[in-house]
Design a protein around this ligand. Structure first.
Ligand code: UD1
Ligand code: CA
Length: 461
């Protein structure tokens, strides 16, 4: 037994105007494909069963839809227009009472809006309720032409001069009474400029049958379709502003929200401060009182409380605990872990590396597959030579160690507690607790060398 409401998302179109190999609905808005935003709203509105029609580039869309196991995938092998799309999906929707049909290119639609539409239609049934909005520039949209004989949707390409003046446009979101839709869907024809079967033509067919239809006008902000790269950029900016506004309302501080890009799955705490030109993606989490400086890019980063990223820090799939500090110009790569009050400074790259509590890696260092204890200081220019050309090897450094500048740890390498290395050492053997590892040629001075060189030079010339 099916539930009463079906939600059909049409995502089979070619998206020609994007001029891209990537199917239109997979174009990212922030870090989620356009279709993903719509599906979150569809699933988030808490009503009905959902299906997506795929076609052009359908294999890739279908692959993406594996992230949404509750959504049915339907195929429209030939893309003959939105009317055709709804028709080929009939076996799926015929047993519902009500069908919500959505264009796949509506990434800004909110779940509350869908819920409101569904509730309204439950109270005041009609054969079709479609959403419209006032477009500042209606080019490309179907116009909602209202007259004494009812409502017609006239596609831009089919519209007369006078009809093109109409600014109320069809948003591509329709709620149908299924029995009424089933009675007219086969009669949609393709006698129009594009030779396509237009779904909006069912509006006229329904009225000819004496069925009730209505167009409900909505704020334009949520209803804009994405057909071109420029519209994709516009939608991205709109969503960026919406997300930034939401976080500011919850106590996040931003100097220039228009330059701060936060993905929809990021979670921030009150009193987080964000400088201009910051990007935060994936499942990034930032704790209370942390400060993200300009130019930082965080992807799946876990930041505790009072973490400071001074500027231009890139964090990928890594964790910085309370009071940790990084930057400027640090690159913290996947699997790294900065414990409480530790520090990774200027031109430091960490990969799968743990920096223990209160330990410091202040400058010009690469640490890969390394584990540092507490209160360690790493001198400038230190490198873990963790890769032998075939395999990666670990470096372990104990508590309270002092690593001299320009130390090379040829991994696997080991250093006990309270140990040190002499500057410029190449460490190939384990250093026991409390020892100093020296691994470099001893300096000798050649007395009078400058004078002798000058004499040799004169004779030679
Ligand atoms: C459509 C509407 C137009 C409305 C506008 C709102 C039609 C004929 N026109 O125009 O009235 O103002 O949306 O944004 O519906 N699709 C399929 N199969 C197809 C064709 C399209 O699944 O054969 C899908 C597309 O992937 C897209 C959606 O349907 O997600 C709308 O198609 P699109 O070509 O973008 O329609 P518009 O020309 O924008
Ligand atoms: Ca469109």
């Amino acid at each position: 037994m099916k539930s009463r409401l079906g939600i059909l998302v049409m995502a089979a179109g070619k998206g020609t105007r994007m001029r891209s190999e990537l199917p239109k609905v997979l174009h990212p808005i922030l870090d989620v494909p356009m279709l993903g935003h719509l599906l979150r709203s569809v699933l988030g509105c808490g009503a009905g069963e959902a299906a997506v029609l795929v076609g052009a580039g359908g294999e890739r869309v279908e692959e993406y839809l594996r992230d949404f196991p509750e959504v049915r995938v339907l195929w429209q092998r030939e893309q003959l227009g939105t009317g055709h799309a709804v028709k080929v999906a009939r076996d799926w929707w015929r047993d519902f009472d009500t069908l919500l049909v959505l264009n796949g290119d509506l990434p800004l639609l909110r779940p509350e809006t869908l819920r409101g539409l569904i509730e309204k239609c439950m109270c005041e049934p009609a054969a079709c309720t479609l959403l419209s909005f006032e477009a500042r520039n209606p080019d490309g949209y179907g116009r909602v032409v209202r007259s004494s004989s009812g409502i017609r949707i006239v596609e831009h390409k089919d519209a007369s001069e006078a009809e093109r003046e109409v600014r109320e446009v069809n948003a591509g979101c329709y709620l149908f009474d299924v029995a009424s839709l089933a009675r007219v869907i086969d009669r949609v024809e393709n006698h129009n400029v594009q030779g396509e079967y237009y779904l909006p033509d069912v509006i006229s067919l329904m009225q000819e049958e004496g069925m009730s239809v209505r167009a409900v006008s909505m704020p334009a902000e949520e209803m804009k379709g994405v057909n071109t790269q420029a519209e994709l950029a516009e939608a991205s900016a709109a969503l960026r502003d919406r997300i930034a506004m939401g976080w500011m309302e919850r106590g996040v501080m931003m100097l220039d929200p228009s330059s701060v890009w936060i993905g929809p799955d990021v979670e921030l705490s009150p009193d987080v401060r964000i400088a201009p030109n910051v990007q935060m993606w994936g499942r990034t989490r930032v704790g209370r009182g942390s400060s993200i400086g300009p130019g930082c890019i965080l992807t799946d980063a876990l930041l505790g409380c009072d973490v400071v990223l001074t500027a231009n820090v890139i964090v990928e799939a890594s964790e910085l605990c309370d009071g940790a500090k990084a930057g400027p110009f640090a690159y913290i790569r996947e699997g790294s872990y900065l414990e409480e009050c530790s520090f990774a400074g200027k031109f430091v790259e960490l990969k799968r590396t743990t920096v223990g509590r209160n330990s410091k890696v202040p400058h010009l260092t690469y640490l890969g597959d390394a584990r540092l204890g507490k209160h360690v200081n790493i001198g400038a220019g230190t490198i873990t030579c963790n890769y032998d050309g075939r395999n990666k090897h670990p470096t372990t450094i104990g508590d309270r160690c002092f690593v001299g500048s320009d130390t090379m740890f040829v991994a696997p390498a080991e250093m006990g507690d309270d140990a040190s290395t002499a500057a410029g050492s190449v460490i190939t053997d384990p250093i026991p607790d409390g020892a100093l590892g020296v691994g470099r040629a001893r300096q000798r001075n050649i007395e009078g060398w400058a004078l002798r060189r000058n004499q040799l030079g004169r004779r030679g010339g």
